[in-house]
Design a binder for this molecule. Structure first.
Ligand code: SAM
Length: 470
């Protein structure tokens, strides 16, 4: 039944294979010899299979778990250095015809205000985001063929890319919209999107159908096969994720890795990113009513095991999580975070009240972007607004090739330094600028051959030029 190369959801995410994997992991969770062998393989930093990774996730031995965490930190360092890429979500519309029981935008919620941004409003939102310093957005919309047809999404992407305000520009638009057709994915690809992101929510078909009782999203197979269609449509960077709390985390973890393995086996390129959202409180949603919530320790273990299992896949944590939780996971493998986010439609131009009933979920990390940046730098991270890979056509397998050979540093590191410099010149508070200038000095020391070129570009940035990249 399990067939990694099948195009059928129930064959590449076989329930039987997941259950067998969980049984194997449970049986071997105290098999220290096997765990050590898996850790030795993991140290090669070429990844692990879902079975091997599930054994590590199940392991409850303190010393071995410490080793898992240490290895995750090392792999993170080897592949991503101290860079953290920043982005912001932009909610276009909360009209939705689905019945997702964990989401306040579900169709039956008739007391939240429904809103869809006009192109004029999108302009205002994007200018507000550019004025914060953002260069990379993830657009979000509910599923509603009448209110949010693909034409609306395409027009919005076009609008976003066209806005050049002061020195600002959105250089990469990632898209998080419901599963759609190959034709529509082709159109998104032609519109120049970065990553197509779609959370699976849960890989367990039975639970999935109960959690999505009505609307087009009810169709598990159509949803699960979406990334295959996206890739057939030419999108070669896709972002996976599950909503932790809906189902048993061990089940989701195995499913997530099987999905990644499937994409790699069929298209020769695994997911560009994996997101790790947890269910949060929202308008008529109480996370306590879901039985599978995970605590911060398990959450950290999941992040570490993902990092070890798919070293070349970026990992994203959003402002759903608190600063403390984000700090812990950054060390273990997160490579991208959102900052200064608003999860309501139209929240950037006209800030919503502190308690905003129209938000998709409560944001825990409410700090402005400038503060998030300063915090990152004070922790020793190098914030990056780089979008160069996308701008230079280094996507999909071309990106993965340089990433797997760890050459990505040669591009990402100087680009991170230069985009940080742009931020410091254009948007930073004096305090953040001071911390940033010091950090840039330290980071320049790490550069060898291209140091002079980077120094020259930094001088040009000070003189007002923008958008340098390697
Ligand atoms: N409608 C699109 C879809 O079906 O994929 C866009 C997704 S929605 C705007 C973004 C994601 O937010 C969802 O995929 C879901 O995982 C997450 N989400 C929904 N309700 C949430 C909640 N209460 N807490 C945390 N995340 C939530």
């Amino acid at each position: 039944m399990y067939n990694i190369k099948s195009k059928k959801a129930e064959e590449f995410i076989s329930n039987e294979e997941i259950l067998d994997t969980l049984e194997y992991a449970e049986k071997n969770k105290n098999n220290f010899e096997l765990i050590k062998q898996i850790l030795d393989k993991a140290k090669l930093a070429k990844g692990l299979s879902h079975r091997e990774a599930s054994v590590l996730l199940a392991c409850e031995n303190k010393e071995l778990n410490d080793e898992i965490f240490k290895l995750a930190e090392k792999i993170k360092q080897d592949y991503y250095g101290n860079r953290i890429v920043l982005f912001a979500p932009l909610y276009l519309s909360n009209y939705c015809v689905n019945g997702c029981v964990y989401c306040p935008y579900h169709k039956k919620n008739n007391h939240i205000p429904r809103k869809k941004l006009t192109q004029e409003e999108i302009k205002k939102e994007v200018i507000a985001l550019q004025d914060m310093g953002h260069k990379r957005l993830a657009i979000e919309a509910g599923e509603d063929p009448v209110n949010n047809p693909i034409e609306y999404i395409l027009e919005s992407i076009n609008t976003i890319y066209s806005i050049k305000h002061k020195n600002g520009a959105i250089r990469r638009v990632n898209v998080n919209i419901a599963a759609t057709t190959v034709e529509n994915y082709k159109k998104l690809h032609e519109a120049g999107i970065g990553t197509y992101i779609l959370f699976q929510e849960t890989y367990n078909k039975e639970s999935y159908e109960q959690l999505h009782p009505t609307g087009p999203k009810h169709n598990y197979n159509y949803h699960t096969e979406a990334m295959d269609r996206a890739m057939e449509g030419g999108i070669d960077d896709v972002g996976l994720g599950v909503l932790f709390g809906l189902e048993s985390y061990k089940y989701e973890f195995a499913g997530l890795l099987m999905h990644a393995e499937h994409l790699e086996a069929v298209f020769g390129v695994g997911p560009h990113t994996i997101s790790v959202p947890r269910i949060k409180k929202a308008d008529d949603i109480d996370p306590e009513t879901f039985d599978n919530g995970i605590d911060d320790d398990i959450f950290a273990k999941i992040a570490a095991c993902i990092r070890i299992s798919v070293p070349y896949t970026g990992m994203i944590i959003s402002t759903r999580e608190s600063a403390e939780c984000r700090e812990r996971l950054l060390k273990l493998g997160i490579s991208q975070i959102s900052g200064g986010s608003k999860t309501s439609v139209g929240g950037y131009f006209e800030p919503m009240p502190e308690k905003d009933d129209s938000a998709q979920f409560d944001v825990s990390d409410r700090r402005p972007l400038d503060e998030v940046l300063r915090w990152l730098m004070q922790l020793g991270y190098l914030p990056s607004f780089c979008t160069a890979c996308y701008g230079s056509g280094r996507t999909g397998d071309k990106f993965m090739e340089i990433c797997k050979s760890q050459q990505i540093h040669n591009f990402c590191h100087p680009n991170a330094v230069m985009t940080l410099k742009e931020y410091l010149e254009d948007y930073a508070s004096p305090e953040t600028k001071k911390v940033g200038e010091e950090l840039i000095k330290t980071e320049l020391e790490k550069l060898t051959t291209i140091k002079d070129k980077v120094l020259e570009n930094l001088r040009k940035i000070e003189a007002g030029e923008r958008n340098f990249k390697f």
